[in-house]
Design a protein around this ligand. Structure first.
Ligand code: 5AD
Length: 435
């Protein structure tokens, strides 16, 4: 489902009040525009509407409008003429979406307030130019907290003894998904679990098949490293995307934190999945031990090289009982810089504000993320009774989700169509530089 910036009705064309379609002029932060209002007979000058594709689809109260504006309005305008020539030239270069490693390092390293504001504001403008004021709300169902891996940062790692493990039955996963789609208006759902091989390939395929047969939704799979055959079968069953982070592009950091796994295996799998036609969501963690700004620049370049369509980057958060429990959390500011640079390099990518950023910054993290180039939110749809047990890290943030769901535009067909179009655009001819 989608969310958009509200606009105020400033005039309405004369015509019968009960006409099914009326022409109206609305005003928002970017000026005035003529749009059409359908089935909103009560609408009058001074009212607020949510609109997109030149169509007013819903009336909202002034208080609701203000609440949405507070979350979604861009940051203040930055006077670029006050920037240093070298910083300005890197930003100017970003118009070609082609920054090199040293440019990225320069952007990541700045601690100057105005330079950072300029970076966020450029990213926000690009997001607006490419994706308009069109934010999506996606959902995630965490269906098993069992995991065979021992990743040093993760609270669900196999050796963790103090976590309650749960495993939803395939039918429960299907019910949760159908409820999210039919009951709450979600159009894109991530099905996530630890690397849990107690689900056979057949189980996973059956879950996808069943959900697709019961409702219209894009399904993203996030179940870790399974065989290409398993992923191929889930694709054939109707899955659209895979969410699989490479976590870090630095092989020695990767290998130090993932006993028994190799970065090479993961980087071999991602292009295979892409080749199957999956829409790839990937990214990395910020604030891992030994990670440098240079590593982060490489992480960003790797996302671009992989040709991913959804960027998922979040700060590391220490989790009790893990080998990294005493390591400090990743920086929220660095996460915002990475979000902005990813937007500069990948203007059309979907960039959700990750829960980890919201966890360290709460509602403010959500607002800052959305005004630094991110364009979507990922809400937790795990059934209440399991939710607290999916403890990748502590105190996961869930805020105002019901409120935002309420404003979610187009709980109906139109939302799916728009998403379909966006997904379709994302599959258009690939950049030559991609793997
Ligand atoms: N802090 C932040 N993110 C984490 N993840 C796992 N553990 C942590 C943590 N302690 C992320 C990983 C994984 C995703 C499902 O959760 O990047 O890919």
């Amino acid at each position: 489902m989608c969310l958009t910036i509200p606009a105020k009705v400033i005039s309405m064309k004369e015509g019968p009040i009960d006409a099914p379609v009326r022409e109206i002029v609305v005003e928002d932060s970017r000026g005035e525009r003529s749009i059409r209002a359908i089935s909103l007979p009560e609408l009058k000058v001074g009212d607020w509407v949510l609109y997109t594709l030149d169509l007013a689809v819903r009336q909202v109260s002034q208080e609701e409008a203000q609440e949405i504006i507070d979350l979604l309005e861009p940051r203040k305008f930055v006077d670029l003429s006050s920037l240093s020539p070298s910083f300005s030239s890197v930003l100017a270069k970003s118009f070609s979406h082609d920054l090199d490693r040293s440019d990225i390092i320069q952007l990541l390293s700045t601690e100057d307030e105005i330079e950072m504001e300029a970076l966020f504001s450029e990213a926000n403008t690009l997001r607006q130019a490419n994706l308009r004021d069109f934010f999506c709300i996606h959902g995630i169902i965490e269906f098993s907290s069992n995991c065979v891996r021992s990743c040093y940062y993760c609270g669900l790692r196999k050796p963790s003894k103090d976590v309650t493990r749960y495993r939803m039955m395939p039918e429960e996963v299907v019910e949760a998904a159908v409820d999210a789609v039919d009951g709450r208006g979600y159009k894109l759902i991530v099905l996530q679990s630890g690397d849990d091989f107690d689900y056979s390939d057949d189980d996973l395929v059956e879950i996808v098949t069943e959900i697709k047969s019961r409702c219209k939704v894009f399904i993203f799979i996030s179940v870790g490293e399974r065989s290409a055959e398993c992923y191929g079968r889930m694709k054939a069953a109707g899955a659209s995307g895979v969410l699989l982070r490479f976590e870090t592009s630095n092989p020695s950091i990767y290998e130090a934190l993932h006993p028994g796994q190799s970065l090479e295996d993961r980087l071999e799998l991602l292009p295979v999945l892409k080749g199957m036609g999956y829409y790839i969501a990937s990214g990395f963690l910020i604030g891992l031990p030994e990670q440098t700004v240079e590593d982060i620049a490489d992480d960003i370049l790797l996302m671009k090289a992989l040709g991913i369509k959804m960027v998922t980057v979040g700060p590391f958060i220490p989790s009790e009982g893990t080998p990294l429990s005493a390591h400090p959390a990743g920086s929220a500011l660095m996460t915002l810089k990475v979000t902005a640079i990813a937007r500069l390099l990948m203007p059309k990518a979907k960039i959700p504000v990750t829960t980890a950023l919201e966890t360290i910054e709460s509602e403010e993290g959500r607002r800052l993320g959305l005004s630094s180039g991110a364009n979507s939110l990922m809400f937790n749809l795990t059934p209440e009774k399991y939710r607290a047990d999916y403890k990748i890290y502590p105190n996961k943030y869930h805020g105002k989700e019901e409120l935002w769901e309420k404003y979610g535009l187009f709980s109906e067909e139109l939302s799916y169509k728009m998403l379909e179009q966006k997904m379709f655009e994302a599959f258009e001819p690939e950049d030559p530089g991609e793997l």
